[in-house]
Design a protein around this ligand. Structure first.
Ligand code: PLP
Length: 375
């Protein structure tokens, strides 16, 4: 059985005529940077997010990648040297790197062991007078509890930036990710739920003033052409990627359904299996399953991964090392749930074209791998 963590080949086969036409339209028009294809995708993205249940209009700005999106969002909030930005340590490094690039200090909060997301109960202790923003991550496709995080932050005037790189289409109490805090940051890395065929990212917000600010910062700090009122960056979503993303966005609702259906099949297959903790859905959250991540006992995890590989089942460990233990970010923070998650997580193949047979094959392989232990 041909199993992959993410099967872009099958996806491309299914969408090839639409993709070819979209790229051809960009070549015919010769508009490669900014211009109508990027504007169209930005509008479609805003409409898609608003349609998930936003109370307010959504603004969307395409940028170069998800890391830039985070950096620009923090710049729009005035983050700079001497400031602190609070975020989880159990995430991709970019979440903390964006703050560090601006001369700010990332301050790490432990995760909730059930969801792997920033634990709101532990947030207050991490805040200081220097905290300029809090960046929860909607890890693996399930929203962090932003209302609980905001209940701590709002009275102190600390804005929340959602790292929603893994969570387009996710909602919390019917409100879409990206509209729960001040700004939301997306990555369109090819393996993401909405992926380009190269790098790409976006910043979304319901605040028109912040929308203007991020647009200027991403364009060299230009208020209008050749008039630069702030130090900015050059971060652009290119038109070919935007045209591809417009095609993919049309498929996203069906792809998200397919991911959720595959997750439900995995859940059924792992029900009652010793040594396997399935992803827990929070009732308020609509999980979009960027990853289907099991928790298994640390002493079994690496052998299980190796055995699954031998059986033809790829797996990944997101993430093997927490950021707070990486040399540039070492703070001495004590984050036991983060450390435990790094030792216990194992992500299985997950993508919209995963078949019921493939899910059954993976689940059987896991069962057989663990059999000597669970028997
Ligand atoms: C949680 C998280 N944040 C940020 C990023 C950075 O996105 P990019 O790779 O597009 O810069 C990623 C993806 O790689 C991610 O998974």
């Amino acid at each position: 059985m041909d199993l992959q963590m993410v099967d872009l080949r099958t996806q491309i086969e299914a969408t090839r005529p639409e993709i070819d036409a979209a790229i051809a339209a960009v070549l015919d028009r010769g508009a490669f940077v900014r211009g109508p294809f990027v504007a169209a995708f930005e509008a479609e993205l805003a409409t898609y997010l608003a349609g998930l249940g936003s109370d307010a209009d959504v603004f969307a700005l395409g940028v170069g990648n998800g890391t830039d999106a985070l950096q620009i969002a923090l710049m729009a909030l005035g983050v700079g040297p001497g400031d602190e930005v609070v975020c989880p340590s159990f995430t991709f490094v970019a979440t903390a790197e964006a703050a560090a690039l601006l001369g700010a200090t990332p301050v790490f909060v432990d995760v909730d062991p059930v969801t792997f997301n920033l634990d709101p109960a532990k947030l207050k202790a991490a805040l200081s007078t220097r905290t300029k923003a809090v960046v929860p991550v909607h890890l693996f496709g399930q929203c962090a509890d932003v209302p609980a995080i905001r209940a701590v932050c709002d009275p102190l005037g600390i804005p929340v930036v959602e790292d929603m790189a893994q969570a387009i289409g996710a909602t919390w109490n019917g409100q879409p990710a990206g509209t729960l805090g001040a700004l939301g940051c997306l990555s369109f890395y090819p393996s993401k739920n909405l992926g380009a065929f190269g790098d790409g990212g976006a910043i979304v917000t319901t605040d028109p003033e912040l929308a203007d600010r991020v647009r200027q910062i991403a364009n060299h700090g230009a208020a209008k052409k050749y008039h630069h009122t702030a130090v900015g960056v050059n971060s652009r979503l290119d038109a070919i990627q935007a045209s591809i993303l417009s095609v993919h966005l049309r498929h996203l609702p069906a792809w998200t359904q397919a991911r959720r259906a595959a997750a439900a099949l995995y859940d059924g297959a792992f029900a009652g299996m010793d040594d396997v903790v399935r992803p827990v859905r929070v009732p308020e959250a609509r999980h979009v399953f960027h990853q289907y991540t099991l928790r298994v006992p640390a002493e079994l995890r690496d052998d299980l991964a190796a055995d699954l590989k031998a059986r033809g089942v790829p797996t990944m460990i997101y993430y093997p090392e927490p950021i707070h233990r990486m040399p540039p970010y070492t703070t001495g923070a004590v984050l036991p749930e983060t450390d435990r998650a790094c030792r216990e997580v194992l992500s299985l193949p997950m993508h919209p074209y995963l078949t019921a047979q493939q899910v059954a094959f993976v689940a059987d392989a896991v069962r057989q791998s663990l059999a000597p232990v669970t028997a």
